[in-house]
Design a protein around this ligand. Sequence first.
Ligand code: SF4
Ligand code: SF4
Length: 70
Amino acid sequence: MAVKITDICIACGACIDECPVGAIVDDSENPTGADTYYVYADKCVECVGHHDSPACMEACPTEGCIVRGA
Ligand code: SF4
Ligand code: SF4
């Protein structure tokens, strides 16, 4: 149960501080080497127990950038 940041991420930074479990890293720390932010699937809890919906998806200005089901 995790969300995924897709390749249309513009690295704006709006999501990272919203994550209650520190699952998001910025482009400089993306383990895939892509120039996007990245969600560690083993840390992401889809905000269950923290928010009613994924906080990163709420914060992201890029439509369809963050998707569920990673
Ligand atoms: S869904 Fe919630 S827990 Fe998962 S990366 Fe986004 S903000 Fe973090
Ligand atoms: S808010 Fe969206 S576009 Fe901005 S860094 Fe996060 S995933 Fe990328």
